[in-house]
Design a protein around this ligand. Structure first.
Ligand SMILES: O=P(O)(O)OC[C@H]1O[C@H](OP(=O)(O)OP(=O)(O)O)[C@H](O)[C@@H]1O
Ligand code: HPA
Ligand SMILES: [Mg+2]
Length: 182
């Protein structure tokens, strides 16, 4: 059903699960005595976060924020809005922001500045995907799953017009899918 809209697969289900297991192991070592607050950015980070925390065999807490800069398009508007804030006080906490992708860098730049301003002890980023050629703001993740080329990718949390988040792998859509929508 969903497969018929996909032109090419970049990372398979198996490759993604293997990489998440490695990241979880590294993070378990780096955060073992820190009781980190794992901050998931809705909605794209949900599939990655739920798999990642189950590979982290240490005490941790979770909270979620919803910010938006894309709406239903493939181009960032440049403006970041908070749609849902954290419930947790972050002062003196070690924060690990979990994202599905860093593209322009605007979302994460905004979030890192905000959470540092709120006096977190440390703020680090783990992202499933990094699209370095999309960058408009100079920001890097501390932990990266995979690099992707400068194309609009979907799957494993990443959407096009709210669809394809439940695809269990990462790929690109056939051009006619966009044509149907425009
Ligand atoms: O580096 P950037 O150019 O800022 O892009 C990355 C952000 O954009 C997407 O979120 P979006 O705002 O589309 O919300 P969603 O996660 O609900 O799809 C993605 O999940 C990242 O949060
Ligand atoms: O390539 C992308 N795909 C889906 N959502 C995104 N948000 C930023 N970049 C992307
Ligand atoms: Mg999106």
């Amino acid at each position: 059903m969903l497969e018929k809209d996909i032109k090419e697969t970049f990372y398979s289900k198996e490759e993604i699960h293997e990489r998440i297991a490695q990241l979880g192991k590294t993070l378990s070592e780096d955060y073992k005595d820190k009781n980190p607050l794992v901050v998931g950015i809705l909605k794209g980070a949900v599939p990655f976060l739920t798999d990642l925390v189950r590979e982290m065999n240490i005490p941790l807490e979770m909270d979620f924020m919803d910010v938006s800069s894309y709406g239903n398009t493939t181009v960032s508007s440049g403006e970041v809005k908070i749609l849902k804030d954290l419930d947790t006080v972050v002062e003196n906490r070690h924060l690990l922001i979990v994202e599905d992708i860093i593209d322009s860098g605007r979302t994460l730049n905004y979030l890192v500045n905000l959470l540092k301003y709120r006096q977190a002890s440390s703020v680090k980023i783990v992202t499933l995907l990094d699209k370095p050629d999309g960058r408009v703001i100079d920001i890097e993740a501390d932990y990266v799953g995979f690099e992707v080329p400068n194309e609009f990718v979907v799957g494993f949390g990443l959407d096009y017009a709210e669809r394809y988040r439940n695809l269990p792998y990462i790929g690109v859509l056939k051009p006619e899918v966009y044509e149907k929508n425009s």
